[in-house]
Ligand binder design. Sequence first.
Ligand SMILES: [Zn+2]
Ligand SMILES: [Zn+2]
Length: 746
Amino acid sequence: MSAGDSSPAGVLKVAVDCPLRALLDYLPPPGMLATDLPAGARVRVPMGTRSAVGVIVAHAAHSQLESGRLRPVTELLDATPLFDAALLELLQWTASYYHHPPGEVCAAALPAALREGQSATAQEQGLQLTAAGSAALAAGEPQRAPRQRELLALLAAHETGLSAAQLEETWPGWRAAARALGERGWVELVLREAQPAAAGHAGGALSAAPTPVLELSEPQARAVAAIDACAGRYGTFLLQGATGSGKTEVYLRLVMRALERGAGALVLVPEIGLTPQLLERFRSRLGVPIAVLHSGLSDRERLAAWRAARAGVARVVIGTRSAVFAPLQTLGLIVVDEEHDSSYKQQEGGCRYSARDLAVRRAQRAGVPVVLGSATPALESLHNANLGRYQQLPLPRRADQAAPPRIALIDLRAHAVHAGLAGPVTQAIERHLASDGQVLVYLNRRGYAPTLLCTSCGWIAPCTECDARLTVHRGAAQLRCHICGAAQPLPTRCGRCGFAVRPVGQGTERIAETLAAMFPHAPLVRLDRDTVHGADDVEAVMNALLDGSARILVGTQMVTKGHHFPGVSLVAVINADQGLFSADFRAAERLAQTIVQVAGRAGRGTRAGEVLIQTEYPEHPLLQSLIHSGYEGFAADALAEREAARWPPFSRLALLRASGCTATAALDFLRHARDCAGPAPAARLLGPVPASMARRAGRYHAQLLVEHAGRGELHHFLDHWLPAIEQLPDARRVRWALDVDPLDIQ
Ligand SMILES: [Zn+2]
Ligand SMILES: [Zn+2]
């Protein structure tokens, strides 16, 4: 086969929004050279019988295809590139690292409207004077229509014409006059580029009153100086600061320095960490428009924020996971707050990228510093710091803050337990309430009870679509599946024998009921996904605690996400044992992070806090190292264990997930995938096995884990394996996806 024909006009390599794992070749439009169309701009292209939107990634002299089979692009959609060279390179790297179709990666980085081909710049209607109009005005026309004449004169005074919006405001009823003038060819309506507004979500904070500037502690000042000294070149900094050590103040100072240099900053926060308080703090301190990008925005809001960032109207972008692809005019700094948070990793659907890892990559390519902040860094990040790749900057509690909380384990086997609460915990709650403290009760299980049990035959209410028990929701009088969302009325009788049923175990709803009965004078609030549906609900809960109208907070994982509860003096962890004996090697890390993050909510303000952890396994080594040597001690032990077991970061993983309509379909497909892997002596293929919750929403899930000692080898293996998997006959009969660096391997 020949290397293909060369085209005199050159060839465009286009990432088209479709599930193909390759760039597609197109010719430039007739009469143009490929190089006339800039890389990073969108084009509309023919795809079979339909048309699609793609991004030009590169130019080439030749194509592997015969020139007769190449088709020209239909339309160039952007005169200037949407992605600059560094961002385009990041997108290509993302597609190759996560082995995902490049067109889908590029599309995911764009607001929906741009994916569909709409203009990247905001358009507005404008009214302009024509040459004939100028002449008419000079000749004193139109003599008998003073309003029309007035409009002509107004337009003549504005060289670039006036926008419809401006006219609407100053000249109500202008359209009738404009129509009459238009008919005579004296004015014309044009569609033109509008400057993105620095309003709404894109900023609008210029009038906010400045908040008092805190003086930096010595460690804060040292961190700012170290990172600031890196301005203009790449470096990754691991800012390890306990809760209340002032990480946000460090971020703020660094963003200000970047702005002073004329550069912009990208700040990533976890999905749930983007609170109105945080935004307000950034807005009032920075005094510049900020573009905010998160999953709760409407398509229009997202487009407006994206345009504001790209146009340089907003030089600071704050956002969740997908904001890592935000266009910034001049990037000077990247911050990843709570870098250990699992919401940075796309877990389902699409390209399963890690925004934290991509942030480091982006900083590297852009030659700017990146700050990873956390009280409980991911073990991967600590490992990189140990190897000297990341510079560790410890940020101890500020001197004007309370001493770290006293942490104690409460042995559930050694004490009387009433409704899920051990005696010492109940007594401690009473003591703290009596001395004006507030109490945080943490339980990572929402609903009333995780199980509905028949007291006669032992029947347990199951989900008919999943291998899951149904959770009792008493207030809503429902049984709900937390896996697939199915709901049904709460039965009073056993579904099998008709005898009485009773809820077994504890959920936040039930613990709250118990505490309300035990402490009737202490108002209580709950923070979980059943009671909180948006930022406003979170704010209401926080305000109730801040103004003291609530004394007890019962909550799930949500309480650990950067919310500040300065009045909380006691934290009770109801059940630490979920996660101690999991098949997932990351479960221990997640448990340790949760305990430290929850404990960090205690004793802010001036008094030292108390943390009580209920467990049936107080002698467990993980809990022991956490209690006696803190998160650092735990992390050192956990990293040694990972090294011995060859788990990441001492190896690299990829997980091939599949689901089918029958229990065997997914497993058979994975078996065939395993068989076509070919000889790869250094790879460990583990499985296939059914997922720990095999049946979910009526589909059967299974997985095959691939482990390699090094990143390069793993990717070399995947490069050869994936095309073979795509050729398998059953690859079209099941749903399957590859997850590189999976977070959750159960
Ligand atoms: Zn029964
Ligand atoms: Zn279900």
